[in-house]
Design a protein. Structure first.
Length: 211
């Protein structure tokens, strides 16, 4: 007798569960026993939200928010921006005392970056004779030498990587802050190697200067 009740009870329970959970209308969800498992109380990013006057769920970051790892660049893409960067923008390496080993690693990385991003136009030596220039795909690429570009500084080189110049496009999106400064270091190295050496005039100190 007990057994019959047990079987009957189980059959009824199962019938109840399946009977209520399966609806005919396939466009509607069936009865959910644990709704929070599927539908969190949070608003979805692109659904409307009555809690805000503009009705948007996806909120904009607070004004002035800076993305993690992003370093803002204040010099504008104009002649004024170029001139200011040339004078005031200083390398991120300034003030850092690097050991010889660290310097070697830095230069190796800088060379790799330069080779990938700049050498096809500017040439491996920085003489403005990259493969694209040799094949006449692009013209007017300057050598980095002091003769050809007497006024460039680390600041102006960084600025040109950020904003481009003439037909050279911006490389800002392809390189991060550190990588850009590494390339600047390498450009300066090439510049010193290809520039004609200026003789330093040594003025002998006069022991008894005539007044
Ligand atoms: C598509 C070819 C091309 C690539 C790639 C390129 N450049 Fe240039 N670059 C040029 C041209 C052309 C100029 C001359 C622009 C002008 O003065 O109108 C120039 C100019 C420069 C100057 C001199 C700007 C000045 O102040 O007069 C620097 C410095 C420079 N490039 C650095 C770089 C660095 C660093 C890279 C790699 C991140 C790079 N370039 C990648 C074509 C290129």
């Amino acid at each position: 007798m007990k057994k019959t009740f047990l079987i009957l009870g189980s059959v009824l329970t199962l019938a109840l569960v399946f009977g209520t959970s399966c609806r005919r209308d396939k466009t509607q969800t069936a009865l959910e026993y644990m709704p929070n498992m599927y539908r969190g109380p949070a608003f979805e990013a692109y659904t409307s939200n009555p809690n805000f006057s503009d009705g948007l769920s996806a909120r904009k970051p607070v004004e002035g928010t800076i993305a993690k790892g992003y370093i803002p660049y204040e010099f504008s893409n104009s002649q004024v921006g170029y001139d200011s960067a040339r004078v005031y923008l200083k390398s991120s390496w300034e003030g850092r005392s690097l050991t010889t080993e660290e310097m070697e690693v830095l230069m190796q990385e800088s060379k790799e970056l330069y080779t990938i991003f700049c050498s096809h136009c500017h040439g491996e030596k920085g003489d403005g004779n990259g493969i694209l220039v040799q094949r006449e795909k692009i013209l007017g690429v300057p050598s980095y030498s002091t003769e050809r570009l007497p006024d460039i500084t680390e600041g102006s080189i960084y600025h040109v990587i950020m904003h481009g110049k003439g037909i050279m496009g911006s490389h800002a999106s392809q390189l991060n802050y550190d990588e850009r400064w590494k390339i600047v270091q390498y450009v300066l190295k090439l510049r010193s190697e290809i520039s004609p050496k200026t003789e330093t005039v040594v003025v002998e100190e006069q022991t008894n200067p005539e007044v």
